[in-house]
Design a protein around this ligand. Structure first.
Ligand code: G16
Length: 540
């Protein structure tokens, strides 16, 4: 059945799909318009196979039922859905590849809070399993601005609790177990026997699923398969509002886990994942591993892990991510790529066999096993490395720094800033950049000052305006960018990095090592006065 509609003009996908308040999605035809725009912008759903699932947040199931009826009315041949509508983002990617589907729809606003007054999101992934590249999201956006009708079938809701196939008109709707296929892929990559032996030898860990989607995956793999004791996975039951928390695995929001890892009875290893299961945080006993270091450590130790023992083709990181992995790539004699922020930029490199491991400072790490970042994969990778090396997290990272040097790193986020104030700040920084090359800032020699632009080496597509960089003669840098995932006002992110080759001169506290860069970032255009803030909302 065809329904008349009017375009909404705010359906432009950001860094990772369309993220808005739940109430925005509940406006009349809002979700339907965007789903139809996905169909229209990707050549229609007729005869296609799609994967659909989400992170279980408020409005997940309602949205899935609408999408199923629209898939039917648009002529889809087959839709694979996770049981109860649950699929982590990496599991969607895994299923698209497994079933050779044409694409997938992920319902999630990732690490943003859930609930009727919080956030929702929808993202389209293409047939390689990865987020739609910009050309596709641009086409979807264009369709959303011109939409006049959408198609939706009259049908009773599909029973998402029951595994199996339902036929509605020409469409087979296949409800699959959310975990099985993903778990089997993990079993191919990692040495489950070695990790199981580690647990049997008394190794202890705590995994915080943050009441979000990874709970069922972590329970099945860590507790039921690898033999970690019951209770290893905390906050394991996905809730529609994540228990009122912020499902973002960092030192601020995963505070329950952090308290355990800094307590007297700290386990050997701690980890957390986010709302949709693609982010990860890695902790040792009283020890935090920055996501940038984590990528570098995994790359340097990949030869110890069965799925990667044959060697890495290359490493890719987003521009604001620290350059720790570049040093490892140089040592391994493999390529290293610097892309804009957004997992979608890694897809072409992985498809072309140029990058095996990818990572971002925003707690994202992954590999070419799927085309999304993958939280639990990173945790299993670490467990495999620890099982082989028989060392603590802190020992592994300290030895890494001793061998490769250390990239001190921090990110400061100012959230919910007035959009005009944030834009004015960025303009002031751009003006400052003009004429600064070979000049000085705060007594430091500036070797580059630009707005990061990228040309994809495979498909030659370009992306401009990806972050204002100030690079200094000693290799340190400050980067400013506006987030593309927030839903309220603007979020300003400032990234600080400084390399120290000599481990003997290391600081314990990165804040000490970065203090003068932080001071400079505040003072160069009067940041705090401009945005009316005394300090960042989140420091990672
Ligand atoms: C998404 C993207 C990531 C990006 C992150 C932060 O992650 O997939 O590539 O690094 O947002 O983006 P921004 O700095 O623009 O807010 P997720 O986990 O939110 O899907």
């Amino acid at each position: 059945m065809q329904r008349a509609t009017q375009p909404y003009h705010d359906q432009k996908p950001g860094t990772s799909g369309l993220r808005k308040k739940v109430r925005a999605f509940q406006q009349s035809h809002y979700l339907e318009n965007f789903v139809q725009a996905i169909a229209d912008g990707t050549g229609g759903f007729a005869g296609k196979t799609l994967v659909v699932g989400g992170d279980g947040r408020f409005y997940n199931v309602e949205a899935i039922q609408i999408i199923l009826r629209m898939a039917v009315a648009n002529g889809a041949a087959r839709v694979i859905v996770g049981q109860d509508g649950i699929l982590s983002t990496p599991a969607v990617s895994c299923l698209i590849r497994h079933y050779q589907a044409d694409g997938g729809i992920v319902l999630s606003a990732s690490h943003n809070p859930g609930g009727p007054d919080a956030d929702f999101g929808i993202k389209y992934n293409v047939s390689n399993g990865g987020p739609a590249p910009e050309a596709v999201t641009d086409a979807i956006y264009a369709c959303s601005r011109a939409i006049a009708v959408y198609h939706i079938a009259e049908a009773t809701p599909v029973d998402l609790a029951r595994l199996g196939i339902t036929h509605i008109q020409q469409t087979h709707i296949h409800v699959v177990d959310s975990v099985t296929q993903y778990q089997s892929l993990m079993g191919e990559l990692f040495d489950f026997d070695a990790i199981g032996a580690l647990f049997r030898a008394g190794f202890t860990m705590c995994f915080d699923a943050m009441r979000a989607v990874t709970g069922p995956y972590a329970k099945a793999i860590l507790e039921h398969t690898l033999g970690a004791p019951a209770g290893t996975v905390m906050n394991a039951v996905p809730l529609a509002d994540f228990g009122g928390g912020h499902p973002d695995p960092n030192l601020t929001h995963a505070h329950e886990l952090v308290e355990r890892l800094w307590s007297d009875a700290a386990p050997d290893f701690g980890a957390a994942s986010d709302g949709d299961g693609d982010r990860n945080m890695i902790l040792g006993s009283r020890f935090f591993v920055t996501p940038s270091d984590s990528l570098a450590v995994l790359a340097a130790n990949a030869h110890l892990v069965p799925g990667y023992a044959q060697g890495l083709s290359g490493i890719a990181r987003s521009m604001p991510t620290s350059q720790a992995c570049d040093t490892v790539a140089r040592e391994l004699g493999i390529e290293c790529f610097e892309t804009p922020t957004g997992w979608k930029y890694f897809g072409t490199l992985m498809d072309a066999g140029r990058a095996t491991l990818c990572g971002e400072e925003s707690f994202g790490t992954g590999s070419n096993h799927v085309r999304e970042k993958d939280g639990l994969w990173a945790v299993l990778f670490w467990l495999n490395v620890l099982a082989v090396r028989q060392q603590s997290v802190e020992q592994v990272v300290s030895e890494h720094w001793a061998r490769f040097g250390r990239n001190y790193y921090a990110r400061h986020d100012y959230e919910g800033v007035r959009v005009e104030a944030a834009n004015e700040l960025m303009s002031a920084l751009r003006q400052l950049q003009v004429g600064l090359v070979d000049g000085h800032l705060g007594g430091r020699e500036v070797v580059y000052a630009d707005d990061f632009a990228y040309t994809d080496p495979i498909d030659h597509s370009t992306a401009t305006g990806q972050g204002l960089r100030f690079g200094f003669a000693d290799g340190s840098r400050i980067v400013y960018r506006l987030s593309g995932t927030g839903t309220v006002g603007a979020t300003i992110r400032i990234y600080f990095e400084r390399f120290e080759a000599n481990p003997a001169a290391q600081y314990d506290d990165p804040r000490q090592a970065l203090a003068d860069l932080i001071e400079l970032a505040d003072s160069m255009v009067g940041l705090r006065a401009r945005i009316g803030r005394d300090q960042p909302d989140v420091i990672t």
